[in-house]
Design a protein around this ligand. Structure first.
Ligand code: AMP
Ligand code: MG
Length: 470
């Protein structure tokens, strides 16, 4: 079709048919583009008029070269195993420039069970804002190519709400749960094919090595350990780190009830469904290792035909997680506090303890510490004695504030701002969403026109819980 060329490849569609179910999108009568990510489109080599982009990414037109499918996967959700999840409200259109292009919310698939296969507009805009903010913050993440309003309603807990379709770009959508799907079916041949596939796509450096499956486990473990340390340094709480929401590529994926921590507390949790605090801020490394252990279990038959030997090898690899995570955490937090390697980590621990004790906003504290005067920092505290003492020690350690400014964001997507942008969108006003989205493109810069977005929620604006994107 004229002007509608997208250089699609279909490597996943060439994998064994039991890995997925082919499905064409239904389409919508009156879709409307809310946000098209032109710079990402350019990066991918997608040259489209916005009207053509609307037709393709609403699911109204299947682009030439696209072979849409719903991927099969399983997952451990809050510790319990669901043998069949799969893309119940998503379709992989194909790959462009080696990256997956996926529609979220285009309609039902073979995996939809009782769901409608659609998305509410709120979660679409939320994922757009947070995933693009994470990218701007330098975090490995899936990206947002388009947010579309369907101008149709979907039925959710809160009643009828406007619908949307989201276009997600990912290094791939292969999850720990994709391996679990094959392992649960004792499909060792399938596991070998999937392992080869992800090695080629994500870790080509280990192709042809003697023990590629142990090497794969170690690559994923390293990527996840780094990712979680980076999340924590930014105060990010994923909220639903189930194995189906952990990408083999090491990108952050599935922005459901995620949130940035405000008052610092290691047990901080926002997700309405995480009643036990399983995925609290400070629990994320332990849960990542738990997920990686499930991943390792799927690889056992590939690692060694002798189960005891395979287990021993997997366990010795899993034991590396702690050290890698701690090194990365130390590196990230030294950067946050501007401290060189020869300063005792006690200063970091003491600083965090004072924040915790006095419920200090995490982002604002580091923003003032990086950019402000000591007075501006102390003004955040009600009881200033402890912080004055700490600041005097910190100043003696010759902190590198220049470096801190590249690490500590001035702007993060705060829950109440996201909420306000979504509420306005539900009334048909997309301006607050677009403004927030623009501001978050440069999170490390002081932008005068967006200084209102630095502030904490007023009491009546506080969002106590976040919800899944269903
Ligand atoms: P998530 O909470 O996004 O990780 O999704 C968990 C599982 O539920 C996945 O298999 C989804 O495809 C499925 N799912 C979520 N929402 C819907 C929906 N509206 N319709 C059908 N399936 C859904
Ligand atoms: Mg998911």
């Amino acid at each position: 079709m004229q002007g509608m060329q997208i250089p699609f490849e279909n490597t996943y569609a060439r994998l064994p048919e039991r890995f997925f179910v082919r499905q064409e999108p239904d389409g919508f009568a009156h879709p409307e583009m809310i946000q098209w990510n032109a710079s990402l489109a350019e990066e991918l080599g997608i040259k489209l008029e916005e009207s053509n982009a609307l037709a393709i990414f609403s699911g109204n037109q299947v682009a030439e070269g696209s072979a849409p499918l719903a991927q099969a996967y399983s997952g451990h959700q809050f510790g319990g195993f669901s043998p069949q999840l799969g893309d119940g409200r998503a379709l992989l259109l194909g790959e462009v420039a080696g990256r997956d292009i996926q529609l979220k919310g285009p309609g039902p698939t073979a995996f939809s069970r009782r769901g409608d296969g659609k998305s509410a507009l709120g979660p679409v805009l939320r994922e757009y804002l947070v995933s693009e903010a994470m990218h701007a913050l330098g975090v490995p993440t899936t990206r947002a190519l388009a947010a579309i309003a369907t101008n149709e309603s979907v039925l959710r807990r809160e009643g009828l709400v406007p619908g949307g379709v989201f276009t997600r770009v990912a290094a791939s959508h292969v999850r720990v749960g994709t391996f679990e799907y094959l392992a649960a079916r004792r499909d060792t041949d399938g596991l070998a094919i999937l392992a080869d596939y992800v090695i080629t796509r994500h870790y080509p450096e280990i192709t042809g090595t003697d023990a590629p499956h142990i090497a794969l486990l170690e690559c994923v473990l390293r990527a996840q350990a780094r990712l979680i340390a980076q999340w924590m340094s930014l105060g990010f709480i994923h909220g639903v780190m189930n194995t189906d929401n952990m990408a083999i590529s090491g990108e952050t994926i599935d922005y459901g009830p995620c949130a940035f921590m405000e008052a610092f507390h290691p047990k901080c949790v926002f997700s309405a469904i995480d009643t036990q605090g399983r995925y609290a801020w400070g629990n994320q490394p332990e849960m990542a290792l738990w997920n990686l252990t499930r991943f390792a279990e799927t690889l056992l038959p590939l690692i060694d035909p002798n189960l005891a030997v395979a287990k021993e090898k997997a366990e010795s690899t899993l034991r590396k997680f702690q050290t890698i995570f701690e090194e990365e955490y130390d590196r990230r937090f030294r950067a946050k506090f501007g401290l060189s390697n020869n300063v005792s980590p006690e200063l970091i621990e003491q600083g965090l303890a004072i924040l915790e004790k006095q419920n200090i906003d995490y982002t604002l504290f580091f923003r003032e510490l990086s950019w402000g005067e000591d007075d501006a920092v102390a003004n955040l505290f009600e009881d200033t004695q402890a912080i004055h003492q700490w600041l005097s020690d910190w100043n003696k350690s010759a902190p590198n504030t220049q470096a801190m400014r590249c690490t500590n964001p001035v702007l993060i997507p705060r829950n109440h701002q996201i909420e306000q942008a979504l509420q306005a969108a539900y009334q048909g006003d997309y301006a607050p969403f677009r403004r927030l989205s623009r501001a978050l493109e440069s999170p490390f810069e002081i932008q005068k026109e967006f200084s209102d977005l630095e502030s904490l929620p007023k009491t009546e604006e506080i969002v106590p819980h976040t919800f899944c994107g269903t």
